[in-house]
Design a protein around this ligand. Structure first.
Ligand code: C2E
Ligand code: MG
Ligand code: MG
Ligand code: MG
Length: 292
């Protein structure tokens, strides 16, 4: 993109921009190939109840292990997938694979645990969300009540009436809807009452700042109070330390997700640790109890 530098000189290009553009196009082509060969994995991070640390959901988080570049974080490839609409094909795989995995875990004896899947605004725009979700449930045999979809605050507050209506239909069918990264999207608290949601996931920014910054503490507290009054379930994201766990517990927040409890794990590790060890409960010892 061309820019003036303030002195009327027109700068079209810098070496740094060139590198960024090259990397973008390189990753875009690699992403196409990876999608064609379904070269992605899902990792799973538990969302647990604060009172007994039993697992409520696993959030499915997509991992891309590139043969040369190594692990490429979602913060880098998801935006490229969205800008190119590749997220549509990738997202179809993510939803179906997530539902199939949870259905398999149910059959293997991991009862009551549910799956949570991130859905981007591009998918909401281009997929008929109700049919899309119900199709994945039908194909995988997962009950609607075992699926949550996570939509970021910034996507939800700009969603069209048509999209909101589709989401309402999903809820009527028993699917749970969460507003993700809440607190960062600049909506007012009052919009919470009008959105088709059941769960608020409070962004990790508030959890990391609450202890040292009274403003963040107060915002966190108001979100959790209002959420509770609206009958919404609250999840605190990014809980890394025991004092953060205790702080959100004291606020009456019901569920937490974060490195304190567990990092995202491969499906094999989830199987090994939860199914074989028969651990449906996780102790909060201050260290990740899933890792040796
Ligand atoms: P998100 O949906 O808010 O997911 C939570 C992110 O926070 C994950 O990062 C997770 O690994 C990280 N996290 C969890 N606990 C902690 C903690 O205690 N401390 C810190 N610092 N981080 C923690 P991840 O997997 O890198 O994903 C980043 C974002 O990429 C996700 O944020 C989501 O917006 C997007 N993403 C990931 N997978 C998918 C996907 O399958 N579909 C879509 N549309 N987006 C995805
Ligand atoms: Mg999420
Ligand atoms: Mg989040
Ligand atoms: Mg996030």
């Amino acid at each position: 993109r061309a820019k003036t530098d303030g002195r009327g000189i027109f700068r079209v290009y810098s070496p740094e921009m060139g590198n960024k553009i090259r990397r973008y196009h390189y990753l875009l082509e690699e992403l196409r190939l990876a999608i064609a060969s379904q070269n992605f994995q899902l990792s799973f991070q538990p969302i647990v109840h604060v009172e007994d640390c039993s697992i409520d959901y696993f959030e499915a988080l997509t991992r891309w292990h590139h043969p040369i570049e190594g692990l490429i974080p979602p913060s880098e490839f998801i935006p490229i997938a969205e800008e190119s609409n590749l997220i549509l094909e990738l997202g179809d795989w993510i939803l179906l694979e997530s539902c199939r995995q949870m259905s398999a875990w149910h059959n293997a004896g991991m009862k009551k645990v549910k799956i949570s899947v991130n859905v981007s605004g591009i998918q909401l725009k281009h997929r008929p969300i109700y049919d899309w979700v119900l199709n994945a449930l039908e194909k995988s045999g997962l009950p609607a009540s075992s699926l949550m979809i996570e939509i970021t605050e910034s996507t939800l507050i700009t969603a069209s009436d048509e999209i909101i209506a589709q989401l309402e239909r999903c809820r009527s069918a028993g699917v749970t809807i969460a507003i993700d990264d809440f607190g960062t999207g600049f909506s007012s608290l009052s919009t919470l009452a009008d959105l088709p949601i059941d769960v608020i996931k409070i962004d990790k920014l508030f959890i990391s700042q609450a202890k040292d910054n009274p403003k963040y503490y107060k915002i966190l507290n108001s979100i959790s109070e209002l959420g509770a009054q609206l009958g919404l379930k609250i999840v605190a994201e990014g809980v890394e330390q025991l004092d953060q766990f205790e702080l959100v517990k004291d606020m009456g927040i019901c569920c937490v997700q974060g490195y304190l409890v567990s990092r995202p794990e491969t499906s094999r590790n989830v199987g090994d640790k939860v199914l074989k060890g028969n651990v449906n409960h996780i102790a909060t010892t201050g260290t990740s109890v899933w890792l040796p």
